[in-house]
Design a protein around this ligand. Structure first.
Ligand SMILES: Cc1cc2nc3c(=O)[nH]c(=O)nc-3n(C[C@H](O)[C@H](O)[C@H](O)COP(=O)(O)O)c2cc1C
Length: 188
């Protein structure tokens, strides 16, 4: 059974709300276990446990927060070269659109790549003009249905990749489910 961890840092609750939605999306794929942990409550064992990991942070000066960076610097450092091959993705809440939330996602993905994670983005549109190509992003809390859908889609895709590559469940491959993939952004 594929194991999913949603790991987040959140100072004022916005990224935490995204984390809940991402966990919800992952739970939509049957046959996976989903664990959600704040960075304060998480341990390296949680990361070692999982097959797929979604990491979320508030956008802080265009990158991940120091609290999330410290987790990888300190708690995870002894596990470098021991967690290769897990599947990873990112999400971030910023103060506003244009505030660097995709850059923050990229900085999270860079950390994950350094640890040997296989990182991905989502090609589908979650809603009209809403994607998660570099991870799920929100301005402040995930208030609108389209942003909420992008968070759920990221979690769902993480669980699908874990089902395909860890549990060898080829039927969960997104390309096998083309009819259920949403492309509302293509409507013009
Ligand atoms: C130290 C610090 C740096 C920040 N840097 C940015 C930034 O570069 N761009 C931005 O849009 N918002 C920035 N913000 C705002 C937060 O990203 C935003 O309030 C976010 O929604 C907080 O998420 P949280 O509730 O999960 O802590 C910053 C906030 C703090 C405290």
């Amino acid at each position: 059974m594929g194991k999913i961890l949603v790991l987040y840092h959140s100072s004022s609750g916005n990224t935490a709300k995204m984390a809940q939605l991402i966990a919800e999306g992952a739970e939509a794929i049957p046959g996976c276990l989903v664990r959600i942990r704040s960075v304060e409550a998480a341990s390296a064992d949680d990361v070692v446990w999982c097959d797929g990991l979604a990491v979320g942070s508030p956008t802080n000066m265009g990158i991940l927060s120091w609290q999330m960076k410290r987790f990888w610097d300190d708690a995870m450092r002894p596990h470098w070269m021991k967690v290769d091959g897990k599947i990873g993705c990112a999400f971030s809440s910023s103060g506003g659109w244009g505030g660097g939330n995709e850059l923050a996602c990229q900085s999270i993905l860079t950390v994950l790549m350094n640890f040997g994670f296989l990182v991905f983005g989502v090609t589908d549109y979650a809603a009209k003009m809403t994607t998660a190509h570099y991870g799920a992003v929100a301005a402040r809390e995930p208030r609108t249905p389209d942003v909420q859908a992008a968070c759920r889609l990221l979690g769902r895709r993480l669980a699908e990749w874990v089902a395909v590559f860890v549990d060898r469940r080829a039927e969960e491959h997104p390309l096998q489910k083309l009819e259920s993939r949403m492309m509302p952004g293509k409507e013009g």
